[in-house]
Design a protein around this ligand. Sequence first.
Ligand SMILES: *Cc1c(COP(=O)(O)O)cnc(C)c1O
Length: 379
Amino acid sequence: MTAVVATRPRTGSGPRLEVDLGAVADNTRLLARRAAGELMAVVKADGFGHGALDVARTALAHGATRLGVTSLDEAWPLLELGAPVLSWLNAVDADFAMATARGVEVAVPSMQHLAAVAAAPGRTRVHLHVDAGMARDGADPSSWSLLCRTARRAEQRGEVEVVGVMGHLGCAGTPGDECNALGRTRFVWALEQARAAGLRPRDRHLASTAATLTDPRTHHTMSRVGAGLVGIDPSGSTALRGAMTLTAPVVSVRRVRAGTPVGYGHAHRTTSATHLGLVPLGYADGLPRAASGRAEVLVRGLRRPVVGLVSMDQLVVDLGQRGVDLGETVTVFGPGDAGEPTVADWAAAAGTIEHEVVTGIGARVERRVLGATHLRSLS
Ligand SMILES: *Cc1c(COP(=O)(O)O)cnc(C)c1O
């Protein structure tokens, strides 16, 4: 008999992204308390990079009652959780027949989408989607009343059931912006048009995270929140808890003299004798190259600057006079409790928003999920 040798590679010594579902639970409870109506957990883009199923399950256990995603492909895996799922961004030839068969609700932003959904066998539950003033997704107001009347006829034929009307605000992150008043007014007008066409949509939803936190006039019967679940408040009004911590080991340390050029293009020169630490994370892992020369990390309880250009796979940290041991852990970002930079700090350093940082963490970073009540590992 030959011995069976363990062939699974050892993991755990490289970069790691820890997702804290306890934070998602706390944020969900806060948002559910603030929302006047139901709470839909938006878990598009893999739950804003935090794991769609994990975020969805946690949100449903702490106050959310519904799930929302963009594409139908994002919807299918969520069905096992048993909550209603809405998908709002699909090509006109998407598999609406499968959506109907599996009970996924779909948004209808145009006459062509309505025709496609109505043609699918069965009776699809739809949310008519109006553009509330950002010229992005949703039907143009000029076509809205026709869309409502046509949807009503399709409803009478048993082809669809109009269960909702939705809109989205373009400037909710800036609560005082007059664009929000316009969006609110247009949404109320859209609801009146739907009613006049004979529709009786049960779900009327306009607010996402920012408006849920700042403007009860937008709440209607439901809020769709995504960013807030994972600790991002685009309005900057509320302290939510970040759910990601990104760490990596120092893989090498070198002592250098003042005036040493660092990295591609010699974009940085040391100003004094110091230690440079190499961290195996780069822009392929989602750390924005635009943050080069501005971002910091936490090493041994102290903030240390990222120096030179962030490379594809690695970055260099100025560790100062004392250096660190090989293998010591660097915290790139986290909720901020221990003085580490936050996702907001990295976003500011890169001139972008937190959403782009959290959704960009690459596939080769090992993930650990810290449960809402217990610790478990995905690896
Ligand atoms: C992403 C998205 C949301 C969620 O917005 P957050 O600001 O992340 O809460 C809601 N509605 C639509 C249409 C979206 O695309």
